[in-house]
Design a binder for this molecule. Structure first.
Ligand SMILES: *Cc1c(COP(=O)(O)O)cnc(C)c1O
Length: 346
């Protein structure tokens, strides 16, 4: 039996339409700016996000770290929340690549607000690091897929503008944030000076992310991509799948959100602990502590029934992510297994 893989939406395989587009993709040497398919993807991403320009990068991590390299440098500081992917899951890239240091802020649900950010902005003193960048993560991975509304982003952006500090959005799953709120991507991207969006998660492309921003930002970003060894050649083969992702895969994210909602509602009827208010997109985080078992033990039991889940963010936290390759029927089966393992509420 093929397992039901709920570890992440990164496990999605390219859809048939993507494989066809890849097969027939027109290509050239992107090092000379001559790959028409890469150029089309970059232009499409920029248009959808309401930005001047785009850059195809090999991963979300590369996109985020290039953005930090453009915005911040040695002796400077990057404000992020303490659960941010850019802080915890990019192998220390902020300090290793830019020479800036992260300034992690405690934000209980992962979301930064002007009230949380303002005290972290440094005074202009000779001996203090200088705040060079504010980053927001939308949707927030470790907080369980919660999204920022345009109003929340606008408030952060306004504060940043007051201090003359740019904002970068880690929009690995910004497409989920947009679909969940019924908004175009540009409504979320307009509150960031630069944004990274993954094509290879819920949008099903095999490889890559797009980085968007002003023409000048992208010009510099292109240099740093080269520095990181991310300059590619006939990358249109990959970009072709990204175009299919952006043109066709957004509306169906609503199915993933519906599946996650159903899964979460069912989990809430068991002794497992879950915060339903945090289940806003395609991520379901729950706590096994009330059962007296660790997440690792619970995950082993799930695997015995052909279900794969992830253990992240603590001893008792199980993470399930819904996506294109998991059907509503498979979610129903998963619910029945969880109910059996966890027991109904009394
Ligand atoms: C997955 C993810 C990334 C990085 O993407 P990769 O393509 O895996 O490098 C960055 N930020 C968030 C919030 C993510 O979930």
């Amino acid at each position: 039996m093929i397992p039901i893989d709920l570890r992440s939406d990164t496990v999605t395989r390219p859809a048939l339409a993507m494989r066809e587009a890849m097969f027939y993709a027109e290509v050239g040497d992107d090092g000379y700016g001559e790959d028409p398919t890469v150029n089309r993807l970059e232009q499409l991403a920029a248009e959808l996000c309401g930005k001047e320009a785009g850059l195809f990068v090999s991963s979300g991590t590369q996109g985020n770290q290039i953005a930090v390299m453009v915005h911040a440098g040695r002796g400077q500081e990057v404000i992020c929340d303490y659960q941010a992917h850019m802080f915890n899951s990019e192998t220390g890239g902020i300090s290793a690549l830019s020479g800036a240091q992260p300034c992690p802020v405690m934000a209980p649900d992962g979301k930064l607000t002007p009230e949380l950010i303002e005290p972290a902005i440094r005074e202009r003193k000779m001996n203090a690091p200088q705040t060079a960048l504010i980053t927001v993560e939308n949707t927030h991975n470790a907080a369980g897929g919660v999204y920022y509304t345009p109003a929340e982003l606008g408030a952060v952006h306004a504060l940043a503008a007051e201090y003359g500090i740019p904002v970068h959005m880690d929009g690995a799953r910004v497409a989920n944030a947009a679909v969940a709120q019924g908004l175009p991507l540009a409504e979320l991207a307009r509150h960031a000076d630069s944004m990274q969006m993954c094509l290879s998660k819920g949008l099903c492309a095999p490889v890559g992310s797009v980085l968007v921003g002003s023409a000048e930002f992208i010009r510099q970003a292109r240099r740093y991509r080269r520095l990181l060894g991310g300059g590619m050649r006939q990358a249109g083969i990959l970009a072709a799948a990204g175009i299919v992702a952006l043109e066709t895969m957004l509306p169906r994210l609503a199915d993933d959100h519906r599946n996650a909602g159903q899964l979460a509602q069912a989990i809430a009827t068991t002794r497992l602990r879950i915060d339903l208010e945090r289940v806003q997109t395609n991520i379901v985080l729950f706590d096994t502590a009330p059962l007296g078992v660790s997440a690792a033990e619970f995950i082993v039991r799930l695997r015995e029934h052909g279900i794969l889940a992830g253990n992240a963010y603590g001893r008792n936290k199980v993470r399930m992510v819904t996506h294109h390759d998991v059907s509503a029927g498979q979610i129903e089966y998963t619910i029945s297994v969880i109910q059996r393992l966890a027991g109904e509420a009394c």
